[in-house]
Design a protein around this ligand. Structure first.
Ligand SMILES: [Zn+2]
Length: 277
């Protein structure tokens, strides 16, 4: 028996031009569009997903932290951080959320990061004793000043953080050219979904009745996936588009519930087991 639960850990707002980039714009043009944009999307959830599996409890992404709003937490020299608004109350962080569900965070055996953006790593502090898995190819572009320019806050990571960096070294999986199994039974498996950032991975969970596709930020919404609309922050729109098409092809082969990290409709789809196609 495998169970997936969505956990909302606060809200994020972004410009409309970040959620949906213009097809005819390259990476730099898309970022200029975000700075010029006066329109903000509605507050979006920052979602983590708990997977209860016979081999243990797995958590996909950790959300952000209330400290994000403390003056000085974000690097003031990077104006991009002012194009996103994070609102997390202390009790909305993933640790207190799990406790409210009756789960001690120390009971999470494995944390899986889809990528190292701050709204996915901000809750790592709650898991000093867990195995933490992250994609090596994304970690490589997430450290140092480069990471701080690209939406990561490596200077805020817990001092003990030493993630188990994984490569996509397993066999092809449907339209995905490679994979990386997380569990011995292969029912939790990572696949490469680059584009939003280099090295981004998604988590496929094959439950008994349906497959879940925990997409991280590979797409911000199912509507954008279906319309093949890439986001405004990608440095590689072609890779982003190829990822969206691969996810659609995957979902065409087996009933798949799409669960991005910031899609307000994801939790209802999860509750209804409503597949993408
Ligand atoms: Zn991201």
């Amino acid at each position: 028996m495998i169970k997936v639960t969505a956990i909302e850990t606060g809200k994020a707002r972004m410009k409309t031009a970040q959620r949906t980039g213009r097809d005819d714009r390259g990476p730099i043009g898309r970022k200029l569009d975000i700075f010029r944009d006066r329109d903000w999307v509605e507050p979006l959830p920052i979602l983590c997903f708990l997977i209860e599996h016979p081999e243990g409890r797995f958590l996909v992404d950790t959300g952000d932290t209330w400290r994000n709003s403390v003056p000085g937490y974000l690097p003031g020299w990077n104006p991009f951080y002012r194009q996103v608004s994070i609102k997390v109350a202390p009790h909305e962080e993933i640790g207190p959320r799990l406790l409210a569900m009756g789960i001690d965070p120390t009971g999470i055996g494995t944390v899986i990061l889809t990528h190292f953006h701050h709204d996915h790593t901000g809750g790592l502090d709650h898991f000093p004793h867990a195995r933490i898995i992250g994609p090596r190819a994304n970690h490589a572009v997430s450290t140092g000043v480069r990471g701080m320019m690209m939406g990561c806050l490596p200077q805020r990571w817990p001092v003990w953080l030493a993630p188990e960096l994984v490569d996509m070294d397993g066999p092809a999986l449907g339209p995905f050219p490679a994979s990386h199994p997380v569990t011995r039974d292969g029912r939790i498996v990572l696949v490469p979904t680059p584009g939003h950032v280099a090295g981004h991975v998604s988590v496929i969970v094959r439950a008994d009745d349906v497959t879940y596709f925990l997409a991280g930020d590979a797409t911000y919404s199912q509507a954008n996936l279906v319309a093949e609309k890439t986001d405004g922050v990608t440095n590689d729109p072609a890779a982003s588009l190829a990822t969206l098409r691969a996810i659609k092809r995957f979902a065409a082969d087996e009933p798949t519930v799409l669960l991005p990290a910031h899609d307000p409709e994801g939790p209802q789809r999860l509750a209804a087991r409503r597949p993408l196609l």
